[in-house]
Design a protein around this ligand. Structure first.
Ligand code: F58
Length: 839
């Protein structure tokens, strides 16, 4: 009897296939196989990086079946997909995350150990992909984790920067920036899809013509084009079969262009043009909270937006005849205004390339897009010079003018006599130079607008976007941020996770509210002791890291008082420094004074062009040098600046923190997400009523939160009444002593000029109101010190904090987006019967 062979497509993948099998033996064999065939190395010649790569491929293989099945299920069932457009995705290392999501951590540990290696060392070899600046980029990564875990069809869409956020070194106390060559050894997690490349146009001009029906149409004749190549990275959900893609675009020169130039013998010109195109995805702009109005930045934004929208349209048209029902298959979320040019690009594609009339195109656009705002600071709102915009994207500028014309016609009807309203709502800012206001474009082109914490959304409604709120209150939503408990608790704090699971089972990992069940153990002294020991172990590990990297010995029994985040004046790292100097002065006055021993730990990058932020880093290190070496201090205070804070360093720091510093000037921090990671890992918060701190305090209970400082409202009022920082200086003896020490050159080897720009700013302007909050902060820190001396009281409070953070799981945030903004439902992925066991 002859049997027909299965076609390639139908060829089943078997359980113990070396690429899917999950037994320790199979994993070991696959690991060795990948070392030989993919790294091309004998074991005896392999480097730790080779071993890491071989292990990464072993895991990627095990994600592929689920990944392809996920894609197939989405296409076949014609499901609605969320496209999360973001200029940044700060994913963190993939290997550890894949191990926990595939439930193979222990087996891989065994396989690696039996191969004579150490898993922790291999995990440390993975470069941390730094394709983002801070909170906004990391939020995008947490959202992708939650989307996959909740089985929501979703694609992350962004740029594949060849160089991510710079590597920070500290030299003589100053920040030095080193390029981040994260792709040096290749990237085992991505798959290039050159077959799905698209063309992106730039520059040139537009012309009118008549189409076959005699209608006026516009054609864009670009001056240059670039090619976008997609690279897909798998994003596995926890405890599901879903593996969604993160699709990042790399820019390449278009062949046609090179060909013409080469043929004309213009080799130099062709090469220059090639370089120009490839520059688009070369490097991430390292600014946080202040956009840079550079042409290349706009090119980056348009490039990934155009690639993404062409891709979305292609995928929709695989299943549908027209784009009129795009909103039924597609929800597009704009992560801040960086991708907001998508509104104009969608209109262009529909009008010019798919023959839509204006009203239909506008309806499709508005029903598909939604916009998240991440900042209140006016200087952080993106705007592009009309000249630059029109030069780079002439057709889009025409479209934006037309959107604006129609929009302002409506506004005139609604508010006939309000010129101010018209001027404020306009997509174009008038003046000696005209600008396109990207937030206005995003608001007009979206059906939903949201802030990222309750206070932030309120302030958007009352202030930053108040005119839009007036005309469209129904478009506004609050979506308080969250973080994924898989990376930020399970992976970062395995001991604490084990303790939870031993008491209440594993349910908390997908439903963080369940952690409240742990409250039942609060009276159990043994439980509290276990908790305390875990914290101590985590602190010991961080102390080892500090010793290794900074050569500073710190005491794990001291309070680890931590501030890690981007360095920015509004975040007020320098307020924490004023506290350190206050304590130091007290010790100098009376060396026998009783102080609660503290280790102050800082970490964070300054934007390379942000002088004051760089000076803050220098100040921290200068104070550290004095305090750490003064015999009077007797080691009771230590100050440490950890270089190159990033996601993987965060994973070491959050679990070891006792005190989380969330001390921004009220009304400035949109949400914050580090605050959530600290609290989930059992750190107490000292904070202002800013961003999500307010909601953290609500959840933890007022009695379990160290509150200080002016409220956003008070900040506004004190400023309006004419804030004079020098009055605080003259009236507050301790503050005066701190400032006098700072200006005396005591921390700068006698150099009185070094910190003058900062001390002058405090004394004369103090835009972030450090002086106004100083006394309240110092008093609050006194309370912190007192409670910390009562170890048991502290542990109780820390436990309550950690287990009451259920609200801040990004799963909750994503569920709200799904229900209220995107209108999407989970789509479970079924694996073939014979692969169930390998799930
Ligand atoms: C941050 N923004 C907010 N922007 O500052 C923070 O409060 C919030 O928790 C977080 O977003 C998530 O919602 C932020 O990180 C940037 O880094 C931009 C990068 C590109 C240039 C402009 C700032």
């Amino acid at each position: 009897m002859t049997q027909s062979l299965p076609t390639v497509n139908e060829c089943p993948i078997q359980i113990e296939d070396d690429r899917t099998g999950m037994s320790v033996d199979t994993l070991k064999r696959a690991f060795a196989d990948n070392l030989f065939y993919l790294q091309g190395k004998y074991e005896s010649f392999a480097t730790p990086d080779d071993f890491y790569m071989a292990l990464a491929y072993t895991l990627r293989d095990r994600l592929l079946n689920r990944w392809l099945k996920t894609f197939k299920t989405y296409v076949e069932n014609n499901v609605k997909v969320v496209y999360y457009l973001s200029a940044e995705f700060l994913m963190g290392r993939h290997l550890g995350n894949s191990l926990i999501n595939l439930h193979v951590y222990e087996k891989i540990r065994q396989a690696v150990e039996e191969s004579g290696l150490n898993l922790d060392e291999l995990l440390e070899r993975e470069p941390d992909p730094g394709l983002g600046n801070g909170g906004l980029g990391r939020l995008a990564a947490c959202f992708l984790d939650s989307l996959a875990t909740l089985e929501i069809p979703a694609v992350g869409c962004g740029l594949r920067y060849e160089f991510g956020i710079f590597h920070q070194m500290i030299q003589d106390g100053w920040q030095a920036e080193i390029p981040d060559k994260w792709l040096r050894f290749g990237n085992p997690w991505e798959i290039a899809r050159p077959d799905q490349a698209v063309e992106v146009k730039f520059g040139g001009h537009t012309e009118m013509y008549h189409d076959d029906k005699g209608q006026y149409r516009v054609r864009w004749i670009p001056s240059t084009t670039a090619i976008g190549i997609p690279y897909d990275t798998p994003v596995p959900g926890y405890d599901t079969n879903t593996v969604n893609p993160l699709r990042l675009w790399r820019a390449e020169a278009s062949d046609d262009f090179n060909f013409d130039a080469f043929n004309a013998g213009n080799y130099d010109g062709a090469v220059a043009e090639k370089m120009r195109s490839e520059t688009i995805s070369k490097v991430l702009y390292p600014n946080d909270n202040t956009p840079q109005g550079k042409q290349l930045r706009l090119e980056q934004q348009f490039f990934f937006v155009s690639c993404t929208l062409q891709d979305i349209i292609r995928i929709h048209l695989m299943r549908h005849k027209s784009l009129h029902n795009l909103y039924e298959t597609t929800a597009i979320q704009l992560n801040d205004t960086h991708p907001a040019v998508a509104i104009a690009e969608m209109m262009r594609l529909l009008l010019d390339e798919h023959g839509f009339d204006w009203d239909d195109a506008w309806r499709v656009t508005q029903t598909t897009f939604a916009y998240t705002n991440h900042t209140l600071m006016p200087e952080a709102l993106e705007k592009w010079s009309v000249t630059l915009f029109g030069y780079l994207l002439p057709r889009h500028l025409e479209i934006i003018y037309e959107i604006n014309r129609r929009f302002l016609e409506d506004v005139k009807l609604w508010y006939p006599d309000d010129q101010g309203m018209l001027a404020r709502l306009s997509l174009i800012q008038e003046g000696p130079e005209q600008y396109v206001r990207m937030a206005n474009l995003a608001c007009v082109g979206s059906h939903a607008i949201n802030g990222v914490a309750a206070l932030h959304t309120e302030l958007l409604k009352q202030d930053t976007l108040r005119d839009f709120y007036k005309i469209w209150p129904e478009k506004f939503f609050n979506k308080t941020n969250g973080v994924t408990p898989r990376r930020w608790v399970l992976l970062s704090n395995p001991k604490l996770s084990e303790l939870y699971t031993s008491k209440i089972g594993k349910g908390w990992l997908k439903d963080l509210d369940q952690l409240r069940k742990i409250e039942a153990y609060i009276e159990d002294a043994g439980f509290r002791e276990q908790w305390h020991q875990i914290k101590l172990e985590n602190k010991q590990k961080l102390a080892d890291y500090i010793w290794k990297h900074n050569g500073i010995a710190v005491d794990p029994n001291s309070m680890f008082d931590v501030q890690v985040k981007r360095i920015h004046e509004y975040k007020r790292q320098h307020l924490c420094v004023l506290h350190i100097i206050t304590l130091y002065n007290r010790i100098k006055q009376n060396p026998n004074i009783e102080v609660t021993p503290r280790t102050f730990i800082f970490g964070g990058k300054a934007a390379p062009g942000y002088f004051m932020a760089k000076l803050m880093i220098k100040l921290i290190n200068a104070v550290a040098e004095v305090v750490n070496n003064d015999p009077d201090v007797r080691g009771r205070l230590k100050v440490v600046f950890l270089a190159n804070f990033n996601a993987s360093l965060g994973q070491k720091i959050y679990p070891a923190a006792d005190l989380s510093e969330q001390i921004s000037t009220a009304g400035k921090e949109a949400s914050g997400t580090g605050n959530m990671k600290f609290a989930m890992n059992g750190a107490m918060t000292i904070g202002t009523l800013d961003g999500a701190n307010i909601e953290i305090r609500e959840e933890a209970g007022e009695e379990n939160f160290f509150l200080f400082g002016l409220t956003a409202d008070e900040v506004y009022k004190v400023k309006a009444a004419g804030y004079n920082p020098s009055e605080y200086y003259s009236k507050n003896a301790e503050l005066k002593a701190v400032m006098d020490r700072l200006t005396s050159g005591f921390f700068s080897h006698g150099d009185k000029e070094l910190f003058k720009p900062m001390t002058d700013s405090f004394m004369h302007h103090d835009p972030y109101m450090l002086f106004a909050d100083y006394q309240s902060y110092i008093d609050c820190q006194e309370r912190v010190s007192k409670v910390f001396q009562d170890r048991d009281a502290w542990t109780r409070m820390a436990i309550l904090n950690a287990v009451r953070m259920g609200k801040f799981s990004s799963d909750r945030t994503i569920k709200e987006y799904c229900e209220q903004i995107w209108n999407v439902k989970p789509v479970p992925i079924q694996l073939e019967e014979y692969n169930q066991d390998s799930a």
